[in-house]
Design a protein around this ligand. Structure first.
Ligand SMILES: *Cc1c(COP(=O)(O)O)cnc(C)c1O
Length: 382
């Protein structure tokens, strides 16, 4: 099937015509009260069916070649609602070993209360997932590229396994964004985003999104009405505005990250660079097959003699930040922030060194980003 161009979808799909004044952009409809004459005509923000919520759903669905889409108030609302929509007491879900910290906590702290059983894989091959599947497994959940080591999973092999075992497959597609990866084309059932990241892209909003078949999205919507993680119409407007430039932003993120990854890989004070666009990445060929671009996220490890915290403080433009995927470059030390709770042994097992930095490459001029990195490295050497 051929699809419309991504940039065109980013700008036009789902837009609401301003029939009153003919304005060029979708109006915001903030109403939480609409006519209620019979059940079929009910509109209410918690029903995911205000004009702006529907408009965003159409746009994100088109971007990922899905039948339907739903916006949420946060990535975690999208993830938790999607999981709870398909898991009943007594069911089991298999998670990839490396997943976003919030999803990991949701699994460990919440699922048991719903009587839902779960396992994490020991590796990233389809066979590692198959090994954990039990008679009551219902869902397989992956994340690629993953955080913070940019591990690449073979999406198609997981989708095939899920189909063969009659399971629902879900992916956290946040790091790739719909521009770089359309998992439904490889047979995945449900693709989820923290729209706080690339879809939003300006570090000024919190939102989530889910896309899938009409039936699956209906089930998630039904569950969402009970859980209430709905997005406001104002945020829908901001998200629509942001997505208009998603294509051009992500292409620039891709270009900058590739250039910087190669520069760092050749730098004498850098031990290792993790980026799926490097031929040295163990799954570069899988990434090439399933991604249109390799994304704006990379990680690198400074040599042992460096004080990584001081290195971060020496940066003049690149900001230390917990979040990622904004137009500005940000950096984070997983062992001091997102992954502090891991023991030394767990860190070692996951390959997360104390000198590792996760770098969200922005869309500034790449020479300026490199200059900032270089001056901070030199500052440490003197
Ligand atoms: C940030 C993030 C989330 C959670 O999204 P929120 O919008 O913060 O709720 C989920 N998955 C990934 C990969 C993320 O980076």
């Amino acid at each position: 099937m051929t699809h419309k161009g991504k940039h065109t979808i980013c700008i036009h799909d789902g837009e609401i015509k301003d029939t009153q004044f003919g304005g060029a952009v979708s109006p915001i409809f903030m109403a939480s009260s609409y006519p209620f004459l019979d059940v079929d005509s009910m509109r209410y923000p918690r029903m995911f069916n205000t004009p702006n919520q529907e408009a965003i759903g159409i746009k994100i669905a088109a971007l990922e070649h899905a039948e339907a889409g739903l916006p949420f108030a946060s990535g975690m609302a999208a993830i938790s609602t999607s999981l709870l929509a398909f898991l009943e007491p007594g069911d089991h879900v298999v998670f990839q070993n490396e997943i976003y910290g919030g999803t990991f906590r949701f699994a460990n702290e919440e699922l048991e209360k719903f009587g839902i059983d779960y396992s994490f894989t020991d590796g990233i091959q389809a066979s590692d997932f198959e090994e954990k599947i039990t008679d009551n497994t219902k869902v397989i959940y992956i994340e690629t590229p993953s955080n913070p080591l940019l591990t690449i999973m073979d999406i198609e092999s997981i989708a095939k396994l899920a189909k063969r075992k009659n399971l629902i497959s879900m992916i956290d597609n946040t790091f790739a964004s719909p521009i770089n990866q359309t998992p439904l084309d490889f047979g995945i059932d449900i693709s989820i985003h923290s729209a706080t990241k690339y879809l939003g892209g300006h570090s000024d909003m919190l939102a989530g999104a889910v896309v899938g078949s009409r039936d699956h999205i209906q089930e998630i919507s039904n569950k969402g009405k009970n859980l209430g993680g709905n997005i406001s119409d104002f945020m829908c407007y901001l998200l629509e505005r942001s997505i208009k430039t998603l294509g051009v932003r992500v292409e620039k993120h891709n270009e900058n990250a590739q250039y910087i990854a190669q520069f760092l890989e050749n730098h004498k004070d850098i031990v290792k660079v993790y980026y799926p666009g490097l031929t040295s990445h163990p799954n570069h060929n899988i990434a090439k097959r399933q991604m249109n671009g390799f994304g704006g996220m990379l990680s690198f490890e400074l040599k042992d003699q460096f004080n990584v915290k001081e290195f971060q403080k020496s940066l003049k433009m690149i900001k230390p930040s917990m979040s990622l995927a904004g137009v500005e470059s940000t950096i984070l030390m997983p062992t001091l922030t997102s992954h502090t709770s891991l023991t030394e042994e767990e860190k070692k097992k996951q390959g997360i060194s104390n000198n590792l930095l996760r770098f969200s490459v922005g869309i500034e001029n790449k020479e300026d980003i490199i200059q900032d990195l270089v001056q901070a490295i030199q500052n440490q050497i003197k």
